[in-house]
Design a protein around this ligand. Structure first.
Ligand code: GLN
Length: 480
């Protein structure tokens, strides 16, 4: 079997037994990228020379400095909004087309420190705004398991890279679902951690109060292994917090007898496509069979949460993206006679349509006279949702619901309106800061992937992994 088909936990065993070197493994991925990337469009940039140099340096270490973590010697990919020193970080935008970050994000450093080998940076919707990856300024990304369909987004390049075996794992960012949504579309496991559990230092900000760096893998155990390396407080991110260290062995062996599962009926109504709904109910049955209890519950109105998400995220984006003016940051227009014109031409030429629309909307909801009508109301909904989850998790361990309300869409089918509906089931975890994970559980009749989502209370990623691991092992994977 080709080495890239194996899980990285198996690859790690082979490295330890010295049946495989880091260089061989890295080169296997680089040739896979050469073959697949022109078709899939997962990577925006590949750092082949540097990856091989990194792998050689790891191979040359004395044995006692090797195999320090399960990620040691394993290649990986990063979404292109995570800073990497001396390499491009474009955020999928013309605005940052030539930007080379002067420093590494904390997550990048953590992965290097754990022995990871960076393969390249992956495609995304511009600044993370979208859920099809069609809004990248540079290229379109194909869904590797359903050609002609989108890979989801905005971390669609990361999902496509892992699903097409061009990387064993990848990081994305999740502001309103951007790790979980593409993971579901590409039949992967995708984690959005608890807000504050993974450092955001060096993640180019879209909506700072909502986003976290997340993990995309092919299996639950691999996901937990990456999360255990990423998580931890960081003095460079004032919003990061101390949690008990996460051990990636937590999902193994633990049964789920007695686990209390909440099934929100609001996320099973007719806004949800039938194969998705069936899949959630099937997994609820699987949970019961394994000894968990499942009960229907109410969640605060998902449509109001979605509206609150868009008001808050656009408000924060309008402020975060103000720095890209062609002077402090970002590409500078050749036109413009005075500073005001330079700002205006640079922003006009650098940002795409969706980004401009959100900046305008965000500026409007924050402006004098409108703030109370929109922004304050959205914050109120956020507080309401946070209170509701607190109460819910006094009675339940996990929430089970869809990841996306619909199946992956055809490429080019994107229009403004239904696009926002795609985030209906994911924004809840971002508004409230709780961790959430999507798990591939089946496919539709046409062979499109369907994922289900689990959410847990703050800091309880261990429960997410336990539940997901149990379902993965149970393997009720079904065509519906
Ligand atoms: N699809 C959502 C949006 O466009 C979420 C994006 C994200 O999580 N980065 O805002």
């Amino acid at each position: 079997m080709s080495i890239v088909k194996r899980s990285f936990l198996e690859q790690s065993e082979l490295l330890k037994k010295e049946e495989l070197s880091c260089l061989e493994l890295t080169q296997a991925y680089l040739s896979r990228i050469q073959e697949e990337n022109p078709k899939i469009g997962a990577y925006l940039s590949v750092c082949a020379q540097r990856a091989q140099a990194q792998a050689r340096a790891l191979d040359a270490l004395p044995r006692e400095e090797k195999y320090t973590t399960p990620l040691w010697g394993i290649p990986f990919a990063l979404k292109d909004n995570i800073c990497t020193k001396d390499l491009p970080t474009t955020c999928g935008s013309k605005m940052l087309e030539n930007f080379i970050a002067p420093y590494d994000a904390t997550v990048t450093r953590r992965l290097y420190h754990a022995g990871g080998v960076l393969l390249g940076k992956t495609n995304m919707d511009e600044f993370g705004m979208g859920n099809t990856t069609e809004l990248s300024a540079f290229c379109k990304t194909q869904n590797p398991i359903a050609p002609g369909y989108v890979p989801g987004g905005s971390s669609g390049g990361s999902a496509a890279a892992v699903a097409s075996l061009q990387a064993p794992y990848a990081l994305g960012s999740d502001t309103g679902g951007s790790v979980r949504h593409p993971a579901a579309c590409c039949a992967l496991v995708g984690l959005k951690p608890t807000y504050g559990r993974v450092s955001r230092y060096g993640l180019v900000a879209f909506a700072s109060s909502l986003e976290q760096v997340g993990v995309l893998t092919r299996s639950v155990r691999e996901n937990a292994a990456v999360f255990s390396v990423l998580s931890g407080q960081d003095a460079r991110d004032a919003t990061s917090r101390a949690f008990a260290p996460f051990e990636d062995t937590m999902c193994e062996g633990a049964d789920i007898v007695g686990l209390r599962i909440a099934l929100p009926i609001e996320l099973l109504d007719d806004q949800i496509d039938s194969p998705v709904k069936k899949q959630v109910l099937l997994q609820a049955k699987a949970f019961e069979k394994l000894g968990a209890t499942v009960e229907e519950v109410h969640l605060p109105d998902p449509t109001l949460c979605l509206a609150a998400y868009y008001v808050i995220s656009c408000a924060e984006a309008s402020s975060n993206l103000a720095r890209f003016d062609g002077v402090r940051y970002g590409r500078r227009s050749a036109r413009g006679a005075d500073p005001k014109e330079i700002f205006s031409f640079s922003r006009g030429e650098g940002f795409g349509h969706e980004v401009k629309k959100r900046i305008l909307f965000g500026t409007y909801v924050l402006s004098a006279g409108h703030r109370d009508d929109y922004y304050e109301k959205a914050l109120m909904q956020k507080r309401r949702a946070t209170k509701a989850v607190k109460e819910l998790f006094e009675r339940y361990d996990l929430i089970l619901c869809p990841t996306a309300p619909t199946l992956p869409q055809k490429m080019g089918a994107f229009t403004d309106a239904p696009f926002y509906k795609g985030d209906l089931c994911t924004v809840f975890a971002n508004l409230t800061g709780i961790p959430a994970l999507t798990l591939p559980t089946g496919q539709s009749e046409q062979g499109l992937a369907v994922g289900v989502q689990l959410m847990a209370s703050h800091g309880r990623e261990d429960l997410l992994y336990r539940g997901a691991y149990a379902l993965e092992q149970e393997g009720t994977y079904a065509k519906l």
